[in-house]
Design a protein around this ligand. Structure first.
Ligand SMILES: C[S@@+](CC[C@H](N)C(=O)[O-])C[C@H]1O[C@@H](n2cnc3c(N)ncnc32)[C@H](O)[C@@H]1O
Length: 270
């Protein structure tokens, strides 16, 4: 099915009927994801696809759950985590309470990775982590406290490569066929549904980690999202977006100091 000409119509319908704004995504990304949904549903005819969108009560679900990409894993990119935990420990060694936000947290793997690192390296200070995502299903999975892993050996080596000290078993317990974060650490973490760029802004965090999400958005949306992130950060706070993202052409870059060029870790200047 040749789909691209339908995309603008779908974006309008999504806004009108479902109050969901898809206009910030890159056109090529929306095209790919809508094609995938049509294929999964066995739809090869544009008219049929449009009917489904207008008449199916499920379309809401497709827009929020199946258009975004949710790929994630524990200690995804250990080099990034290693650099970030070192920056945090240099800057916040004597902090009172440290607040960390992960917008676009998917199933929570990134938040749990960070929580374990913080506990192993910074347990002399109080800290709290918030994970948010556009996807209701991701937030429910994240809240379960179950880790997305089959065995702890691999996680242990990633934990150490990410700068963690000691054993991940200090932070995780085995439960039936899964691994669950220990209650003491879980109590420092919250998950909630939040749409970055359109829901109201949070105040104020010391560290914001927003990886592998901006890349799906066009420049206008990225401008708005990064401005919201910037406004939600304390002066001197750390914004970490990871190797895969690029913000070099956006307005906020002039107000950030580069801490790690490769891993795209910045400090808010004013
Ligand atoms: C590829 S995952 C990245 C997960 C994690 N940050 C990582 O790097 O491993 C991107 C996540 O961002 C979420 N997302 C996309 N747009 C969003 C928005 N505007 N507000 C909140 N979450 C969003 C998606 O639902 C998805 O779970």
């Amino acid at each position: 099915m040749k789909q691209s000409y339908l995309n603008d119509e779908i974006i309008t319908i999504a806004k009108k009927i479902y109050k969901i704004d898809l206009s910030g995504y890159k056109p090529s990304f929306i095209d790919r994801r809508l094609k995938l949904i049509a294929m999964r549903k066995g739809i090869f005819n544009a008219r049929q696809f449009k009917d489904l969108i207008i008449n199916s009560g499920e379309f809401n679900h497709y827009l929020e759950e199946e258009i975004p990409v949710h790929v994630t894993s524990l200690f995804r990119d250990h080099d990034f985590f290693n650099s970030l935990i070192n920056q945090i420990s240099n800057q916040y060694n004597n902090a009172g309470i440290l607040k960390i936000w992960h917008p676009g947290c998917s199933d929570g793997s990134e938040v749990y990775s960070m929580a374990m690192l913080m506990e192993s390296r910074m347990n002399h200070i109080d800290f709290k982590l918030l994970g948010t995502d556009i996807s209701h299903e991701s937030i429910l999975t994240a809240r379960s406290g179950s880790l997305n892993c089959k065995n702890l050996h691999e996680v242990q080596s990633l934990f150490r490569a990410s700068g963690g000290k000691g054993s991940v078993r200090e932070h995780v317990i085995s439960s039936a066929n899964s691994f669950v974060i220990r209650q003491k650490l879980y109590d420092k973490i919250r998950f909630s549904r939040h749409v970055l760029g359109s829901d109201s802004k949070f105040t104020k965090f010391d560290v914001i980690i927003c990886r592998n999400m901006l890349m799906y958005y066009n420049d206008k949306a990225k401008e708005k999202i990064t401005k919201d992130l910037y406004d939600s950060l304390h002066t001197g706070g750390i914004l970490a977006i990871g190797k895969q993202e690029s913000i070099h052409n956006l307005e906020i870059t002039s107000k950030l100091k580069i801490l790690d060029k490769k891993n795209k870790i910045y400090k808010k200047l004013e």
